[in-house]
Design a protein around this ligand. Structure first.
Ligand code: PLP
Length: 385
């Protein structure tokens, strides 16, 4: 027996690799032996499997989640002069993509609990230039797609789901990417389904959008060396597709493991008397945290388990000093980023996003965490103050 407290990393991908090493190595070797690296049968196989998994008709493999957003919006003809409504509290790629295709992001604040776009505030942001709404299913829980689709129908808008953190998340039994006109996935290694590098996918029920996206990811080329549109090199590698095809059948069990970890956090935080409401933060109940709720009708896949703390930065230091990993997603809301200054927003415009940026903290939640490790995380947070 050792008294040395255990170290808990924020994320450790090695156990997942080790559990599937033989199959993964074989899949990689198969692609290497074929010397067929760009698109091809592995990518086509993965596209069919991911479309089926998401409950949609078509999927188009691309080079990253960011490129999925860019290609999806290009395929829909969104560009200069158009406005796209989204959230200021998301990974940069959501908003960077909108700007890179020449459109203008229009921000709507988030709900403090779910971290997702506050649908009750969307209508006020719609103008005659609005072409699309791009909700982000942040941290693995879906935005209210029924309300968003209703608004989109009323105002004849397109809907692009940023499901980079939410492959397999469900709302009323339906999976992310099956609600909007197009859905975008990322296979960045830290997502619930990660590859061995960068990768992404566009998912849609619309055969025309799928076909245009397929052209655009390959320089708008069809047939070979004939270009009807200007696309780019947004292709998914066969190696990444082969890796993802080995992992996909395990994805639902990994989601379940993350959900069990989340449930254990809830139980242990409650037993330790550390659970607070948003209203209680800042009222002298130091050391407590607000836990992320599962909103009604949602199946949360916990890409991240994100709490609120009054003294977030000090808590983070305390955790790091005790060898417990944690991270801030994201420390500065996007309307306050230097590169978006020209959009004309100010501090104070989106108070819930700003509050999340100042107080949120992601705890370890990956599937291979042991109950001991989760216990240790709670113990370290309990010992703060
Ligand atoms: C990861 C992520 C992206 C971008 O995906 P990449 O594959 O890293 O380009 C976009 N949006 C959100 C919300 C993400 O979390």
């Amino acid at each position: 027996m050792s008294d040395t407290p255990i170290t808990v990393p924020l994320l450790d991908l090695k156990p997942q690799y080790q559990a599937l090493a033989a199959e993964l190595d074989e899949a990689v070797a198969r692609v290497v032996q074929s010397q067929y690296f760009i698109l091809g049968p592995e990518v086509e196989g993965l596209e069919a499997e991911v479309a089926h998994y998401c409950g949609a008709e078509h999927a188009v493999g691309v080079s990253s989640g960011t490129d999925a957003l860019i290609v999806a919006m290009m395929a829909m003809g969104i560009g200069p002069g158009d406005e796209v409504i989204t959230t200021p509290y998301t990974f940069f790629g959501t908003v960077g993509s909108i700007v890179r295709i020449g459109a203008k992001p229009v921000f709507v604040d988030i709900e403090p609990d779910s971290f997702n776009i506050d649908v009750s505030k969307i209508e006020a942001a719609i103008t005659d230039k609005t072409r699309a709404i791009a909700p982000v299913h942040l941290f693995g829980q879906m935005a209210d797609m029924r309300a968003i689709n209703r608004l989109a129908r009323e105002h004849e808008l397109l809907v692009i789901e940023d499901a980079a953190q939410a492959i397999g998340a469900k709302q009323n039994g339906r999976r992310a990417c099956s609600f909007g006109h197009m859905g975008c996935l990322s296979f960045f290694p830290t997502k619930n389904l990660g590859c061995f590098g960068d990768g992404g996918m566009i998912v849609t029920d619309d055969a025309d959008y799928a076909q245009i996206a397929r052209q655009l990811r390959n320089h708008g080329m069809e047939p070979k060396y004939y270009h009807a549109r200007v696309g780019g090199n947004f292709r998914l590698d066969a190696l990444q597709a082969a890796v993802l095809r080995i992992k996909l059948p395990h994805l639902d069990s990994w989601h379940e493991a993350r959900r069990e970890n989340a449930a254990l956090y809830r139980k242990l935080f409650k037993e330790a008397g550390l659970v607070r409401t948003h209203e209680q933060l800042g009222t002298g109940l130091e050391g407590g945290v607000v836990l992320p709720p599962e909103t009604e009708n949602n199946y949360h896949i916990y890409n991240q388990f994100v709490i609120y703390s009054d003294q977030r930065d000090a808590l983070m230091q305390h955790m790091k000093a005790n060898n417990v990993g944690c991270e801030i997603y994201y420390p500065l809301a996007l309307h306050e980023q230097e590169c978006f200054r020209l959009l004309g927003y100010f501090k104070g415009d989106f108070p819930n996003a700003e509050r999340a940026a100042a107080h949120s903290l992601a705890l370890p939640i990956y599937p291979d965490l042991s109950p001991d490790m989760i216990q240790r995380v709670v113990e370290v947070i309990a010992s703060f103050n």
